[in-house]
Design a binder for this molecule. Sequence first.
Ligand code: G4F
Length: 334
Amino acid sequence: MSRRALITGITGQDGSYLAELLLSKGYKVHGLVRRVAMEDPGNRLKRIAQILDRIQLHAGSVESFPSIHKVLRETEPEECYHLAAQSFVSYSFDDEFSTLQTNINGTHHVLAALKDIVPGCRFYFAGSSEMFGKAVEIPQTEKTRFHPRSAYGISKVAGFDLTRNYREAYGLFACSGILFNHESPRRGYEFVTRKISSGIARILAGQDNKLALGNLQARRDWGHAAEYVEAMWRMLQQDSADDYVIATGETHSVREFVEAAFEYAGLDYQKYVIKDAQFYRPAEVDLLVGNAAKARTQLGWHPRTGFESLVQEMVESDCRERGVDVRQTIRAGT
Ligand code: G4F
């Protein structure tokens, strides 16, 4: 019999890659999806359109304990990947209350319902390098002290502690992945990498001539999302539950991403990129770089896609979507 997995946040970048990975391993995949998303499949289910006939979606929300309870009773998963969250750091400054409420209560609801209904189910919590915030050491490991700099980061620290406490207090097989930034052509347009790659595509398509950005000095450790979901799965296949940093170990500034992406498209970024104060954050996370040695040793996981390849894949994909052949524009020296 195939193993059953439930993914909250299945419609997002990570959820869609994870669902594909689990299907390829023969799992029966269930996804928790807001009812509004089910009513707008063309838009909100677009990342999972290619697998909709092979997965089972359940209407519900992590904000509602009864709906989680109901879905867990119906599906009785053996593995639960809790990815659903308000995940845009910038927005968490605009609405701290809803970010804290959705992210902390959402995690608490899932853990509490699992303990009641399927205590043997293995649980994955999507932690974040934003928990390190004003990082106290370089690179960051599982032992680095947290110093979050946003309501989003604070909500992830709370989720991490809830997960650890359900493991210690109730014996749940509950793990947290401390994932550093992970990108792909499926990334949301509001995140800086996709904003840059889609901005370039619009410029090459003649639909725009400027790209407004905020802080170009911030440094991030950017990997490929399709590889990071493999680490999530590996965590739940271990003999015991634990927490792991998932990162490439390389850090680049936003400016370096901009330069690499524009250069690949044959453009001089200085002609197009403008600074806009609205994209600066009240508190910035200046430098993130992770040490994933524990994941490498214990999970056998390591990143494969380098920085340049990631940048190029994203630019190419966005250009293709707009009907622009970026390789041709490079040859033509646009
Ligand atoms: O792409 P970002 O919005 O990602 P951020 O804040 O690092 O968070 C992402 O990664 C986390 C993992 O560490 C996740 F937990 C989280 O859910 C999310 O996936 O911003 C990256 C950097 C920031 O320093 C930001 O200030 O880019 C800088 N930036 C500069 N201009 C911008 C912009 N960010 C955005 N979104 N838009 C800009 O115009």
